[in-house]
Design a protein around this ligand. Structure first.
Ligand code: UDX
Length: 437
């Protein structure tokens, strides 16, 4: 079976590479010729552990190729995935579906009869039906099917999530799509992965409801952290205590500076917009969005409160990616925090193992450094904003010799106050007792 994936962004590329890893013959298509050239040369434009090696191996073994020729790639395939972007539209927060619709039209013009066109992009409820109508209008009388197959990949763990998912969700409205999609995911049968076959609308809603729920879980524990700070609790103990209840579960209960990334912010906004439009406002999620925005500003205020004279102070920031193991800074808390610090005249020195190139154009005025210690030079406060492993074993003696101040603000709780005791540093984290050194 031949598979074509239209769009070589994050989801498209990971899916294409992993389908070829399953053993299918896969062609990935993009309009961006430079990107296709560099992918064909074996280079992955994003940082995702394991992706480049897996891609190169499948290209060498002849199962995976890249092209700008959509017509030929679509004509040769029996399943075509749409994995183009669905950015947030400015103003109303709704997902912009113009790329999805444009891709559907082009696929329609070039597909063989009985092709299954599967939407992998995150799309609002109703999109699959709209795509089916677009294709039918473009190719009247030609049999085809549409399917919805939302993606639950986490950046930094995308390969693992694709090859070993908790579940696969597929929305269909005919037998052909159901059988063909079952074949696509047959390699997962070995692992007894549940494949949930449902309607278009359900599949579309599952994706948003899952991300909204997880964003809500994170926001919940962040507010509990605020309460812990006021009444003398420890949010990690609370998270463990509630997470051991299977009905709650221990994941996504790490308090921090607020969620970011390419999915949670965009998807919660789109979910809320869908609810408003449908007359079923998602009030919890509306509030989650507002709380999370306010939280980023509050994190900057915490740093500023520790600086007697912001305009004469230097802050070292460790980590600008929205989470570790990615170079993605989209809607990262670091952008808001550093932006606010710069606006108050603070000198900011920053380090990130992977994301500095992405962050630099968005944060002019930051001094980018080659190591955490270089970033710490002359700093009054050291702020940890991303929980990279590289920051988990800092040498505090070295930090003491290079820093001007003696405060560590750990907004990801990667240390225990005990780790810092005796180093001469004061230590403040999120939702846990502070340590005055
Ligand atoms: C998420 C979903 O997990 C994935 O299923 C979906 O397909 C895309 O969106 P991703 O954006 O890669 O994946 O990151 P994730 O690991 O889920 O983290 C999202 C944000 O929440 C990050 O900013 C992270 O720092 C934050 N987070 C997550 C917390 O602050 N605490 C947690 O306990 C978990």
């Amino acid at each position: 079976m031949k598979i074509t994936v239209v769009g070589t962004g994050y989801v498209g590329l990971v899916s294409g590479v992993c389908f070829s890893e399953f053993g299918f013959d896969v062609t990935c298509v993009d309009v961006d010729a430079t990107k296709i050239a560099s992918l064909s040369a074996g280079m992955v434009p994003i940082y995702e552990p394991g992706l480049e090696e897996m891609m190169q191996r499948n290209v060498e073994e002849g199962r995976l190729s890249f092209t700008t020729d959509l017509a030929a790639a679509v004509a040769a395939a029996s399943v075509v995935f749409i994995a183009v972007g669905t950015p947030s539209r400015r103003g109303d927060g709704e997902a912009d579906l113009s790329y999805v619709y444009a891709a559907a039209r082009e696929i329609a013009r070039n597909m063989q009869p009985e092709t299954v066109v599967t939407i992998k992009s995150t799309v609002v409820v109703g999109t699959c039906r709209a795509v089916r109508d677009i294709i039918a209008a473009e190719r009247p009388g030609v049999p085809f099917s549409v399917a919805s197959n939302p993606e639950f990949l986490r950046e930094g763990a995308a390969i693992e999530d694709f090859l070993r998912p908790d579940r696969v969700v597929v929305g269909v409205d005919d037998e052909r799509a159901k059988l063909r999609m079952r074949r696509v995911y047959r390699p997962l049968n070995l692992r007894e992965t549940p494949i949930l076959i449902t309607s278009f609308e359900n599949a579309e809603l599952i994706k948003y409801a899952a991300n909204a729920f997880l964003a809500m879980k994170v926001t919940f524990i962040n507010e509990v952290a605020d309460l812990c700070e006021k009444v003398g609790g420890n949010v990690q103990e609370i998270a463990r205590g509630i997470g051991l209840d299977n009905r709650i579960g221990s994941k996504f209960l790490h308090a921090g500076p607020g969620f970011g990334g390419s999915c949670f912010p965009k998807d919660t906004r789109a979910f809320a917009a869908t609810g408003r439009k449908a007359g079923a406002p998602q009030r919890l999620i509306e509030e989650v969005i507002a709380i999370n925005e306010a939280r980023k500003a509050d994190m900057a205020a915490r740093v500023l409160a520790a600086l007697p004279e912001p305009a004469k102070s230097t802050v070292a920031v460790l980590g600008v990616a929205f989470k570790p193991n990615t170079d993605d800074v989209r809607e990262a808390p670091s952008l808001a925090v550093i932006g606010d610090l710069l606006a108050e005249g603070v000198s900011v020195r920053a380090h990130d193992p992977e994301a500095m190139a992405q962050a630099a154009p968005l944060l002019p005025g930051v001094a980018w450094c080659d190591s955490p210690y270089q970033a710490a030079e002359g700093a009054d406060v050291l702020v940890i904003l991303t929980e990279w492993n590289a920051y988990r074993m800092l040498n505090f003696a070295t930090l003491k010799t290079v820093m001007a101040g003696r405060l560590i603000l750990d907004l990801r709780n990667i240390y225990k106050p005990d780790d810092i005791a005796g180093t001469g540093f004061s230590y403040r984290s999120v939702g846990r007792p502070t340590l005055e050194g």
